[in-house]
Design a protein around this ligand. Structure first.
Ligand code: CDP
Ligand code: CDP
Ligand code: CDP
Length: 240
């Protein structure tokens, strides 16, 4: 049985993965890892240099990627979850990886097999190895990782796999509330990116066979977090 508790949260764009995963991790005192940020960094680096790569594996593997740790939530008075800061080759790119340019190119970069292979190694190294038997950097007892292929590919033995969904309109409304923009355009962008992520040959977005699906269209973030925390605690108690 794996020694590190692995919780995989996958789902389409803006379904609430990162905000909920961060809060779940902080509540449990686990590490939180935003795998989408890694793909966004590689995309940003590629867009900046503007030329085609000849070796995507080397290009990706040679990029130094760091996510800051989030402090555990200890009381009930703290405000909502914050995102980790993201550093690429020593530069703080937390804001730069969330621009429309990165949004519109990231799915194409994430479909390149050599990019995925290089980041798969990175994701596993940060999350206890393929089966949770390796230590997690920082010494955490568990890890929550969100993305598209965490339950299906990265951590196939994860003790809990959640597939988080919400209606496209609801997801677009959440993004607009968070960052502004045109609702119809944002919905189109999300739907287009989901289609690309589901259609790629290597580890596409899909619900793992043993994942629990949670439709959050009518759920507040706090309810989603409480539900997932409850599932983790059930599994820890029953020794799964
Ligand atoms: O936050 P949002 O849902 O918009 O996206 P993200 O989680 O930051 O992921 C950005 C993109 O990275 C996705 O659209 C996928 O193309 C890619 N990705 C992936 O292929 N595999 C993952 N495990 C995570 C992200
Ligand atoms: O990581 P992902 O792209 O799946 O989504 P997110 O960035 O965590 O969530 C997108 C927005 O939806 C954020 O502003 C969240 O606060 C919000 N959200 C919500 O309003 N209700 C939920 N049940 C989950 C997230
Ligand atoms: O203390 P320990 O050597 O176990 O590990 P660490 O210094 O906490 O982290 C080792 C590496 O893991 C860092 O250099 C980061 O690249 C990565 N890391 C990360 O990306 N995000 C985290 N939340 C924690 C560590």
């Amino acid at each position: 049985r794996p020694s590190v508790f692995q919780c995989a949260i996958d789902g389409p764009a803006a379904s609430g993965k990162s905000s909920c995963a961060a809060a779940v991790a902080r509540t449990l005192g686990f590490a939180y890892l935003d795998s989408g940020a890694l793909f966004r960094c590689v995309t940003l680096k590629h867009l900046r240099r503007g030329t085609e790569s000849t070796d995507w594996h080397d290009f990706t593997a040679a990029t130094d990627l760091r996510l800051t740790a989030l402090p555990p939530l200890t009381g009930t008075t703290e405000t909502g979850p914050v995102r980790p800061r993201v550093f690429m080759d020593g530069e703080d790119v937390t804001a730069a990886i969330r621009t429309p340019a990165v949004n519109s190119h990231v799915s194409a970069i994430a479909a390149i097999p050599d990019v995925r292979t290089a980041l798969l190694a990175k994701k596993r190294a940060l999350g206890g190895g393929i089966d949770g038997t390796l230590p997690v950097p920082g010494g955490y007892a568990g890890v929550v990782m969100d993305g598209r292929d965490i339950g299906s590919t990265v951590f196939p033995h994860a003790q809990l796999k959640v597939y988080l969904t919400a209606a496209a309109r609801v997801r677009a409304e959440r993004r607009v509330r968070e960052a502004g923009g045109d609702l119809d355009l944002i919905e189109q962008e999300l739907v287009k990116r989901d289609a690309l992520d589901m259609a790629r040959a290597v580890s596409p977005l899909r619900k793992a066979d043993d994942a629990v699906e949670l439709d959050t269209s009518a759920m507040a973030q706090d309810e989603v977090v409480a539900t997932i925390v409850g599932w983790v605690r059930d599994r820890m108690r029953s020794g799964i």
